[in-house]
Design a protein around this ligand. Sequence first.
Ligand SMILES: *[C@@H]1O[C@H](CO)[C@@H](O)[C@H](O)[C@H]1NC(C)=O
Ligand SMILES: *[C@@H]1O[C@H](CO)[C@@H](O)[C@H](O)[C@H]1NC(C)=O
Ligand SMILES: *[C@@H]1O[C@H](CO)[C@@H](O)[C@H](O)[C@H]1NC(C)=O
Length: 225
Amino acid sequence: MAEKEQQATHPMAPTNGYTRSDAESSSAAHGGARHQRKKKRNKCLLYIVLFAIFQAAVILIFVLTIMRLRTPKFRVRSAALTNFNAGTPENPSLTAAMNAELAVRNANFGRYKYRNTTVEFLYRGTPVGQVIVRGSRANWRSTRKFEVRADLNLGVNSELGNDLRAGIVPITSQARMRGRVDLIFVMRRNRSTDMNCSMEIVVATQQIRNIQLSSSPFSSSSTKS
Ligand SMILES: *[C@@H]1O[C@H](CO)[C@@H](O)[C@H](O)[C@H]1NC(C)=O
Ligand SMILES: *[C@@H]1O[C@H](CO)[C@@H](O)[C@H](O)[C@H]1NC(C)=O
Ligand SMILES: *[C@@H]1O[C@H](CO)[C@@H](O)[C@H](O)[C@H]1NC(C)=O
């Protein structure tokens, strides 16, 4: 290319029969330079377009991941019983202190501030104990865990005799936690989340097993309050 340009700057140099071809190559070089400039311009345009596409992709990813509002999850992680006292199938009763580890999982890119929340424990639909979780916050993309203690008293349900005979007493826990997600510190959105867990008390071992999340029909909806 440098050679060609040199030739182009000396179009009159040799007059030895090669002139014509020199002239030809000179004009070809001229066209080549124009072609180069055009190519450069096209390249530049291409870079601008690619950059715009790249930027759009970054913004799209940002909106789809970081700005997306995710409903926090509230659940019982584990539980143990102390002060366990069970009656007989003929004379049914059951009292125990439940020490449970609860967790609020916040997958948002922003903290979740939740308010005081009552967690209710039920035995076949009858409330048998409750605990109040003090309002606090779960940091962004993290799980806040805490211990609570609830005193359970199951003496009021007529099915307890049968369950004691079977050796397994089903318990559920329910709560609606209300709070607010602060996305990227600025966008504030109210979000509530429902706990709806089930578990089983094994009478013989005085333990709790099989803690499961029941999928609640409300858990992913409610944006208000
Ligand atoms: C939450 O509960 C604590 C004590 O349990 C109480 O001091 C506080 O006022 C409550 N906050 C709200 C907003 O009710
Ligand atoms: C909790 O889950 C059970 C079983 O899936 C369901 O019958 C019940 O309606 C749920 N309760 C709430 C409050 O979501
Ligand atoms: C969010 O909840 C707070 C506290 O209850 C309430 O004052 C506010 O109006 C709610 N905002 C929306 C948009 O629902």
